[in-house]
Ligand binder design. Structure first.
Ligand SMILES: Cc1cc2nc3c(=O)[nH]c(=O)nc-3n(C[C@H](O)[C@H](O)[C@H](O)COP(=O)(O)O)c2cc1C
Length: 202
């Protein structure tokens, strides 16, 4: 069983974290641990109709962002790694400086100290030099800096295509290669956003 920690922060693009979990749910060999910040829940309400219960239901275990004693805050909790998507400037800066006062930054710091894979889907633009310095620091201590920047060579036809492309690339970083390439509503393919994997006809 592969364990993956997903952190969702209050940057815009909650859908990236949600979609990552929906995609990973197509593989029964993956166990998902979710931690969502308080700001993430606020941003979610503003940009999506998805219910929090639905999102929590995608994870095998949901951790309270204030629960610094959760399993994922210990190095003895083994996982393939962690993806913070989307990652706010606040959380990115906290991780870069070792300021681990909440569970997302603590779990991320643990991943780095244990030399596992941390993927930081930073979402802000434009970036000032303070952001860039923190990102450089974070890259130096081993994180994968992964701004979810769309590609166009694959001719995305929808927002879903754009989100999925970034998510698949993030999962590549964890050596998770899902069998079916996600295609909106395709029979036997991956479910669309908000659609449970088990509801897709195969
Ligand atoms: C609708 C909305 C969009 C936001 N977008 C971003 C963003 O793209 N990047 C960012 O760094 N912060 C963004 N913020 C601000 C963060 O939510 C805020 O800095 C928060 O304190 C981050 O806390 P967290 O990292 O604990 O989730 C946004 C806030 C709202 C309400």
């Amino acid at each position: 069983m592969k364990r993956v920690i997903v952190g969702i922060t209050g940057a815009t693009g909650t859908i990236y974290g949600v979609r990552l979990m929906e995609l990973m749910r197509t593989d029964p060999g993956i166990e998902i641990h979710l931690v969502m910040s308080k700001s993430a829940k606020l941003t979610l309400k503003m940009e999506h109709d998805l219910e929090l219960d639905y999102i929590n239901g995608l994870a095998h275990e949901v951790h309270d962002p204030g629960n610094i004693g959760a399993s994922i805050s210990s190095g003895s909790f083994h996982s393939e790694g962690m993806i913070v998507a989307p990652c706010s400037i606040k959380t990115m800066s906290n991780i870069a400086s070792g300021n681990t006062g909440d569970l997302i930054s603590r779990a991320a710091d643990v991943i780095l100290k244990e030399r596992r894979t941390l993927i930081v889907a930073i979402r802000e633009t434009p970036l000032h030099i303070g952001h860039l310095e923190n990102l450089t620091k974070l890259a130096r201590i081993g994180a994968v800096i992964f701004p979810p920047v769309p590609a166009f060579y694959n001719r995305p036809a929808s927002l879903q295509d754009i989100v999925d492309q970034s998510c698949m690339r993030m999962l590549d970083q964890l050596h998770i290669h899902l069998e079916s390439a996600p295609r909106w509503g395709e029979k036997g393919g991956v479910a669309a956003v908000g659609q449970k994997p088990e509801d897709v006809a195969i």
